[in-house]
Design a protein. Sequence first.
Lengths: 456, 159
Amino acid sequence: MVSISNRYLPDHEAEALVEAFGPNGMRRRSLLGGGLAAGAGLVGGLTATPLSAWAAADAPAAEITVDQARTAPIPIVIPSFGPGIGEQITQVVTNDLSNTGLFKVLPGSAMSGTPDFAPYKAMGAHAAVTGGFSGSGSIRVEFRLWDVLAGQQIQGTAYTTNSANWRRIAHIMGDVIYQRMLGEKGYFDTRIGFISRSGSVHQPRMRLAVMDQDGANCRILSSTQTKLPAFSPVRDQIAFLSYASSVPRIYVFDLASGHQRIIGDFNGVPLGPHYSPDGNTLVVPVAKGSGSDLYSVNIASGAKRQITSSGGAINVSPSFSPDGSQIVFNSDKGGSPALYIMSASGGAARRLSYGSGHYGDSVWSPRGDLIGFTRISGGQFSLGVMNPDGTGERIMTQGYTVESPSFCPNGRVLAFSRGGASGGAAIHTIDITGFHERAIPTPEGGSGPTWSPLNV
Amino acid sequence: MRLKLLGALGVAALLAGCSNDHTNTGANTGSGAAVQPSGPVPGSEADLVANVGDRVFFELNQSGLSGDAKATLDKQADWLAKYPQVAVQIAGNCDDRGTEEYNLALGQRRANAARDYLVAKGSSSSRLTTISYGKDRPTATGEGEDVWAQNRNAITSVQ
């Protein structure tokens, strides 16, 4: 069951703050800072201690690739971590691993010490977890990952933290298992920012919200109309477009402190902000006349630079390559909306998409290997990926509306928005292969997901 | 849900005092409101909707003004000349067959096209503001060209 914090600023207060930035506004903001804060939020910190191996020195992780696990999910035993919080931790780890489609989670009974591997082998398990939890206010969670076939410990860690952090402990354990078994960083200890939609379909309320990647801990952070949120790839910060006082402006919101500020003063109407890989720059399309051009803005200094000169074409949805050298974007300069690629400093652009229909929502995977997009053809939407040279286009899923793809930090899964003709939309995730689509439960409708980096 | 929403709006309106109230008073008049036998107040939002036409329509992914659109904007320009104290906002809207961000730019392009035409017809640009709602404020819902065509528009409203 997810709950919404109702400690956000009411419309009139937020607008007064935006207009004033005066002494009263600042005081009010700082008073409400605690209520607005929605950082990863470890209460009282977290200590991770290596556990000595009982069977042998920590063995290297099993050498199974993600591609292999897709066809043959890794059988792994996840036992109960005990009653109460222990069992909840088991459930969260189990869901994280099962949802990837890369693991086949087998239940097991709690066990301490070196396990008897024979029953695990009989079950067909390749890996097993043992551990347990103790304490109440301050809890200690012991966790060991075993290679069943070799009979060796792969990892052993004890986490000591406030019991309020039990969900994060579960996600962190899931990420350790993912990384040790597959050789890539996981993405379970992450959040998704999005627009929470409610009220009339004809004039929906659209508020900034953030939740854990599995839908837990959903919190609404604004009461003014917001659109097109973007999670910083490196820090606890979300940039978004707000219509406070009915004037579209770019805001940067610091999740830990609840502080927000306006970025840039554009000679035109700013659209959605998009971060550079180092998190220091936003690229913002600015509508003026009949088109929109891309501007890069330094978040700290506010210094702006125009990087496209479209002559009336619309340029939107810029997304950096992971090395920061290139930008893929969506432009109708060729007549209809298509995807283009150019140097991050601007200049000549090369067209990437040539299929029928319209392309948009260009987004570069953090792995660098794929560009995600939305394609609209024949009145239907498709969500796809292609190689950065424009080859290998592949559609993952289709529907009346499937859009706003955002990669998880390891590039293996996309969050997106799925909507129907009667209005309303929901946040879904899907593996880049097109399998394992699932809806993330949210209290209201959801659109515009933006996946956070791994929590710090 | 409806009651809750109305309640919230009521509180916001009370606290906001005289600041802009963006609820569409022309369309949202409650069922209990008295009917004016003499018709809408001249120069009001209701007058604009009933006697002039508050919106113009666009083709798929286009912002060009059709003959019908120009005829409606001509009437809006005349109406604005007749009521020089009135300021209006032109809101650009799109059907839902485009992405969020592209449609936000397209809606702005449509609002600007309508504004530029009104300015060319003599309306002062200082009385005209524009905004794009992209595909967030559909007039009609459902699937098909009839629905989408209604949602590709620029709507003029009294501020």
